[in-house]
Design a protein around this ligand. Structure first.
Ligand code: ADP
Ligand code: GN1
Ligand code: MG
Length: 360
């Protein structure tokens, strides 16, 4: 079925004017759809859900409708504008939250207008504002009934499990690529003992399980073009019970790196301590004092673990033949892995300074 026909299955009025691929997500296939409604052009985000990754789309969409409905009510109560500050799922004409066709599963969201998602920090203030917004998102969901959430990707940030999958990929080496990644494999093996730094503490009951976003990349937040504030958190596929350290850490991994996630010139990769400090400040503000002393002291470890884990996931995907993350060139996942590991190495060099920022 043509994209236009698929879009017409949703509860929208008007004629489809234009549809084109959109954004830089690694997982779903995202399109911007422009429709003519009552003489006006109205935009929507139309997505093909990655069903290789999200096996149970009913559960995935139940999470998203549950969380967005809850957020809308909370935003309304505090005098905000739910249409701009929360994602809105557009149902199908039959009233379902997504469309299942032979070719795949599709969903539609209202487009957040007058806002941008950034691929890199342009002004340090933007990074601070994104931290306030992600912290705030966590605060808004603090009382969300976690039992209503399905685990859309089991063991998503279970770093020791990710390590097992990585070891298996090295052992099997089905694409014959391990020889291209010997230094990276060794780097990860040397850190084997550290892989349980967060999950071990969770298992021992030392860290609280919260409702977290789990994918806090800078391009998963819409920044208001006028006020420059983080207006709406998007990409809610992985909202699940998790650790605050996952959300803090993944944001640092992506946003406080002086280079792009797939930079091939590793001399450009480093942790920007100034940006890290601003993110800490914004995140603590957004979390409104809810973090425990142990969570606070582990923020640097959150940043390191999420970077290490992501590097390991990119490498695992490279070894098994690029089946998970969308790639745009040969060895793309190996390049992404190298950037992450270079960033981990820089964090290790700057460890005392990272901890000093937290002590204030
Ligand atoms: P993926 O899971 O593949 O990362 P996302 O849901 O993050 O997909 O969408 C990819 C990109 O599309 C985002 O980074 C953002 O630029 C844009 N986008 C997604 N949803 C919206 C929305 N409701 N309004 C405006 N832009 C959006
Ligand atoms: C993916 O969906 P996207 O592009 O925002 C991935 C994250 C990784 C990230 C690395 C569901 O995020 O876990 O950290 O790529 N999302 C999923 O860029 O696996
Ligand atoms: Mg995304």
């Amino acid at each position: 079925m043509e994209l236009q026909e698929l879009i017409e299955q949703f509860a929208v009025e008007g004629k489809v004017l234009k549809v084109g691929e959109y954004g830089n997500g690694h997982i779903n296939r995202t399109y911007l759809a422009e429709l003519e409604e009552n003489g006006k052009t109205v935009k929507y985000i139309f997505q093909q859900i990655n069903t290789d990754i999200f096996k149970n789309v009913d559960q995935l969409m139940e999470n998203i409708t549950g969380v967005t409905t809850y957020l809308r009510e909370k935003i309304l109560k505090r005098g905000g504008d739910p249409d701009r500050e929360a994602l809105k799922v557009i149902p199908t004409r039959e009233g379902a939250s997504y469309l299942r066709e032979r070719e795949g599963c599709y969903r539609m969201f209202r487009f957040i207008t007058d806002a941008v998602s950034l691929e890199a920090v342009e002004r340090p203030e933007d990074f601070y504002e994104s931290a306030v917004a992600f912290g705030n998102f966590q605060s808004l969901l603090a009382d969300y009934p976690a039992k209503n959430l399905h685990e859309t990707i089991p063991d998503f940030h279970n770093t020791p499990k990710r390590f097992e999958a990585f070891e298996q990929a090295v052992r099997e080496d089905i694409c014959g690529r391990a020889s291209f990644a010997q230094p990276e494999i060794a780097f990860l093996m040397e850190r084997r003992e550290e892989m349980a730094a967060l999950t071990g503490r969770l298992l021992r009951g030392e860290l609280p399980l919260r409702v977290t976003h789990n994918d806090t990349k800078l391009n998963n937040i819409m920044m208001d073009t006028k006020t420059k504030k983080g207006i709406c958190i998007i990409d809610l596929d992985t909202v699940m019970p998790g650790l605050s350290l996952y959300d803090f850490g993944d944001a640092i991994r992506f946003g406080a790196n002086t280079a792009a996630e797939d930079e091939t010139d590793l001399t450009k990769v480093s942790l920007d301590l100034g940006l890290y400090e601003r993110y800490v400040k914004g995140y603590l503000e957004g979390c409104q004092g809810s973090l425990t002393p142990l969570e606070l002291s582990l923020l640097p470890m959150g940043a390191k673990m999420m970077t290490l884990e992501c590097g390991m996931r990119f490498l695992t995907d490279y070894l098994v033949g690029d089946t998970y993350f969308r790639i745009h060139r040969e060895h793309h996942n190996l390049d992404r892995c190298r950037t992450q590991l270079a960033l981990v190495a820089d964090m290790e060099r700057k460890w005392d300074q990272m901890e000093a920022v937290i002590r204030g």
